[in-house]
Design a protein around this ligand. Sequence first.
Ligand code: G3I
Length: 396
Amino acid sequence: MRPRRTLVIGLAVVAALSGGATTTAVAGRPASPPSQDSTLRALADRHRLAIGTAIDVDALDDPQYRQIAGTDFSTVTAENVMKWEVLEPVRGQYDWSQAEKFMAFAKSNDQRVRGHVLVWNNQLPAWLTEGVADGSITKTELRGILRNHVKTVAGHFKGRIWQWDVVNEAVTDSFDATDGRIGYKGFWAQNLGPGYVADAFRWAREADPKALLFYNDYNIDAFGDGGPLDKTQFVYDMVRDLRRKGVPIDGVGSQAHLSTRYGNYSAFQLADMHLRFAKLGVATALTEVDVRNLLPETQTGDTVNPLLQAQAYDYAALLQGCLASRQCISYTVWGFDDGRSWTNTWDFGSGPGREALATIRDASYQPKLAYRALQAELAWAGPPLVLPRVTQPPGR
Ligand code: G3I
């Protein structure tokens, strides 16, 4: 930004903060208050930030779900229909129908697509896992099967995917680390060794030269102490080392599945994560944001409201952290209504003491404090003080 404009903007901000007569139109632009009717998409577009949601394809038959999903967001992620068990339920036989229904929805709303997920340890088809378990699929054959799946799927959607989650959740957590340090985990690492990660990115790049290729994981929202149990540090080192070997990793997705029961990050901790990965030359994205609340045994308005406020703070802090880095290019919530959230069926307990209310709208699609917090952040932390996102071209 040229010095003169900085000075002008600086003076305007000082005037505004010092209670000047009126909120000066910063750098000649009118202050744009957060209209309650502004869509998240319209507000985020001002930052060139893609704001998105996971899409439950079965829910697209619900007109209200479809209308919100199609207007509030500029990017969408397939919650389940691009996973291996859905796309290749029988070895070598692909069923694209559900995924293409999702793609048609995205295209009809001019939305960019986050492909999810080429390689993950979960939601694998039985023919694959049972074949490995009974020895009918050898390790050599398994690597060929993985290569074929990655190249077939990335090839099928070639040119239509903005960001691919190429590898998801390949790394342990502090709570399931072995011998006191973070490492690789799951079906693929156990059977092929950690080298499958580099393989998957290279095969995805061969199949689609334009997609941004992401590593995606949870509990990497902020750096810890940098020690052997710091998962974010492990992922940082993994990405750095793979890129040094020429592996085409373009981005890191922080899922940000949070819960107020564990306390809240500060926006500075979250910003630090985005900024440090940006210095590696990769984009970042918040890919699966939701914030569960540990519900009290007796749910009354005066016990739930502080939880909703804490939840709103977390959603806003995550967004502030993302806006602090120009390489943070998208902010995706993992579903937008409490009625359909995956957390309702996951093992977060049941009954009144469970963790729930994780999303930005309630079960009747009404905006919650968290939704209003996102609107406000996007509206007030606006340009030109918050610089627009920049997306580097895909790595070779
Ligand atoms: O499709 C079957 C259906 O035929 C069957 O009748 C029904 C009942 O058993 O199950 C259906 O499959 C369910 C699938 O979602 C589709 O709805 C699975 O049981 C269920 O386990 C699966 O849950 C998904 C979960 O990943 C599986 O790990 C959630 O919807 C999905 O939101 C969640 O998303 C993951 C991301 O992909 C990766 N990051 C973590 C995130 C949360 O776990």
